[in-house]
Ligand binder design. Sequence first.
Ligand code: UDX
Length: 452
Amino acid sequence: MEKKKNGVRVILFPLPLQGCINPMLQLANILHSQGFSITVIHTRFNGPKASNHPLFTFLEIPDGLSESQINDEPTSNVMSLLAQINVNAESPFRECLQKLLLEESEKVSCLVDDCGWLFTQSVAESLNLPRLVLSTFKATFLNAYPILPRIRTKGYLPVSDSEAEDSVLEFPPLLKRDLPRIFGEDGEKLDPFLDTIVDTTMRSSGLIFMSCQELEKDSLTLSNEIFKVPVFAIGPFHSYFSASSSSLFRQDETCIHWLDNQEDKSVIYVSLGSVVNITESEFLEIAWGLSNSKQPFLWVVRPGLVLGAEWIELLTEELVRSLEKKGKIVKWSPQQEVLAHRAVGGFLTHNGWNSTLESICEGVPMICLPGGWDQMLNARFVSDVWRVGIHLEGKIERKEIEKAVRMLMVESEGEKIRGRMNVLKDEVGRSVKDGGSSFRSIAALTNHILSL
Ligand code: UDX
C-alpha cells in the first residue's frame, strides 16, 4: 500500500497510555504509507521512543507532572494523571501547534488525536485546523457516551443478585452486572468528560475507528448518525503495522524461545494489559488456578500490576516451584508475536480493545476477565455475541480459572469456540485485504484528509 509522498503533513497527538499510543503510531504508519508526512506531538509522560520511528518528526511538550508522579505513582492512578495532563498540557500544546503551523513548509491538513483529549478541538478550531478523532474503543462503546449518564441514574445501580443477569436494554449486549465496573464509585464525575467528548467529536471533521464492518457494521452506521461526521473504520491497525516499535516497556523476547519448545496450541497466554490492577489475593488465585490447570502458560505480570507489590515476590517458593514446572512468567511480552505463535491456544485477557482485536486476528479464543470501562463491553461481545471466549464473570477464584482454562484448552467446548473463532478471524482478515471494507476505508480516509 506504499504510495509516493503527497506533500501534505498530518499532526498526531496520542493520549499517553500504551493502549492509545500503539494505535496512534500504527495509524501514523498507515497514513505515512498513503504518502503523508507525519509529525507526532507527545507529552513527556509515556512519550514514545522517537528513535524507533525514524520516518516521523516528534515534538515533546511539557505535561506539568513531577518526576515522582511519573516514576512512583502506581498504574491505578493513571486515570488521575490523565485528568491532570488534560489540564496542564493545553497551553503547551497550543503553543507547539501554533509554532508548527507557522514554521512548517508543507501544507498541514489536519490534527488527528485521541477522543480522550478534551481541549484539542477548541485549540484546533482557534487555529483553523481541521481535527479528526481517533477512538481506541469499539464503536459500540463510544456510541453509548451520550446515554451513559442516563443509564447511571436510571436506577439500575446498585445491582441486586436477582437482576445481575438482566440485559441493559439501552446498551446491549451489556448485562446489569457489568455496570458497576463501568461507572466505578463516583460515576457522576464522568458526566462532564462524556459531555465534552460527545460535543468535541460532533464538532470534528471525522471519526476513525480501529475496527471494521465485519465486526460492527450497525454500530458504525450509528456512529455516523450520532456524531454526524464522516466515519472511517480502517480495520485492526496491527494487521498493517505491528505495535512492537511503540512499546513503552522492554519486551522479554525469551518467551518466544520458550514457546518454540511447547506443543501446538497448548499454551494459555495470560495478560491484563497496561493499566488494570489486581489485589494480592486475586493474584494468588490466578497463580493457583494456572498451576492447578496443569496447562502450559505464559503469564505477563507487569511490574505494578499487583497493588502493593513490586512484581512476583508474593508467590511462595512452593508456588513458584509448582508454576515453573509448566509455565513462564515475564514482565512484558511481544504480545502480537506471542499470539501469532503456533504454540498459543488461548488468551486469558482483560479485553482491552487492542488485545481483543489482536486475539481475533490470530484466531486465539479468549477467557474474559475485564477490569472496567470499555473492557466490560468488549468481553460481552467476545463471550455472548461472537461466542469466541469464556467469561469468568469477575470470579477470580482458582477453581473457576482452572475450570475455564481446561474447558478452553482441552475440552470439546473449547474446540467449538475455536471453530467459531477461526470463522471470525477469516472474516476480519478479509476486511484488511485488497478490496476489503477496511482497505477501502483507508482510501476514503486518505481522500478525505486531502480534501480538508
Ligand atoms: C487501555 C484500555 O485498558 C483499553 O480498554 C482500551 O481499549 C485502550 O486503552 P490497555 O489496558 O493497555 O488499554 O489494553 P489494550 O487495549 O489491550 O492494549 C495493550 C497493548 O499492549 C496491546 O497492543 C498489546 O499488544 C500490548 N502488550 C500488552 C504488549 O505488547 N505486551 C504485553 O505484555 C501486554
